[in-house]
Design a protein around this ligand. Sequence first.
Ligand code: FMN
Ligand code: 7N5
Length: 394
Amino acid sequence: MEFNNDPVCIKDLEKLAMRVMPGGAWGYYDSGANGEQTKRDNEDSFSEYRLHPRMLRDVSQISTETTILGQKVKTPLGVAPCAMHKLAHPGGEAATSRAAAKNGSIMILSTYSTTSLEKVIAQGNGDTQYWMQLYVYQNRSVSEKLVRRAEKAGFKALVLTVDAPVLGRRLVDARNKFNPPPHLRLENFMDPEVANDPAGYSSSLAYSTSETFGATFGANGDQTLSWANGISWLKSITSMPIIVKGILTAEDTRLAIEHGCAGVIVSNHGGRQLDGALATIDALPQVVEAADDKIEVYLDGGVRRGSDIFKALALGARAVFVARPVLWGLAYKGEHGAYHALDLLQKELELTMTLSGTTKVSEIDESYVYRPANRWIRYAPGKNGNPKKLLAKL
Ligand SMILES: Cc1cc2nc3c(=O)[nH]c(=O)nc-3n(C[C@H](O)[C@H](O)[C@H](O)COP(=O)(O)O)c2cc1C
Ligand SMILES: CCCCC(=O)C(=O)O
């Protein structure tokens, strides 16, 4: 586990990215909604949890291999969908794709990619999985065409983002009147067939013409989308498994199961949508309990260290995704930087596993993590302390 000469942690990468990115683009990447409570909580809440390590075990061989949707993957660390990677670096999503493939990470591609989905998946090495993130438009045929293209191109799952019927209010973007620079195109909408759709949505999406980017998003999105009319429709147009992104409650997890979804991503969109929503690591236990091993549970939001990944796995996440860290890496040095971000987190995860006495992902369970009710009171586990009960008690 060798660390190299690049920035030594994700926080340093963040500072470097802030220095090299133009203000408007930095603001768009960085901002949360309104007072940014949720954005802060995502990061801070990880440090409310403490590790409960075991000693004197053979930790000479560490493996982060696991299975996701029944497929073997090298790591439970993946790339969350983010709009417009070319705001960070001209290499854009193609560079991120190569970085993800090199790390063995699943990459979820945003609908709002500045590189076409076909080009992004073509950068892969055949081993890694790509999942397609979807926003559903009032003109559903635009979304349908994207879904069919993604399936044809080899994407392995469809990630339906459900926490953004309209865009949250990001004050930094509002102050900056942020719009993407005119040379960037949302290339998934440049497909000639899609670009000629009768409502003309896709071309207005590809070349954002409204006063602000957020207004274009809201004007095109299908706010009537519901459990009843969304999932069954998607199932009728694709055989890809459907993963719902943006779930924070046990109730919605049960609905995802009822509607035949394959998984949920516990996410609050990096605090960019509903400010005041709970931190994802705090939402995770109730979602895992409701999922009851019937569907897979993933998490994103505020993951900045390998120990954060470890804590999420311990609380029942099958995989963890990161967004801003990869964008910061990309801004720092294109493909090399994006890979560096993933590699840092990967090595930190391996280090956390080593120092906690776990050698495989399957060994990382609730017994390795706890949340002190009060950090100044030393926590003493009961004599046969079942961690699940302890968590509930705390
Ligand atoms: C700049 C930016 C763009 C994003 N674009 C999308 C998107 O297009 N679709 C989506 O589902 N989520 C999007 N997200 C949300 C991320 O997928 C993810 O839920 C969240 O950012 C994870 O938190 P993190 O940035 O703290 O890792 C975006 C996030 C950021 C920061
Ligand atoms: C306007 C595109 C939406 C991207 C997004 O989901 C985000 O900025 O959080």
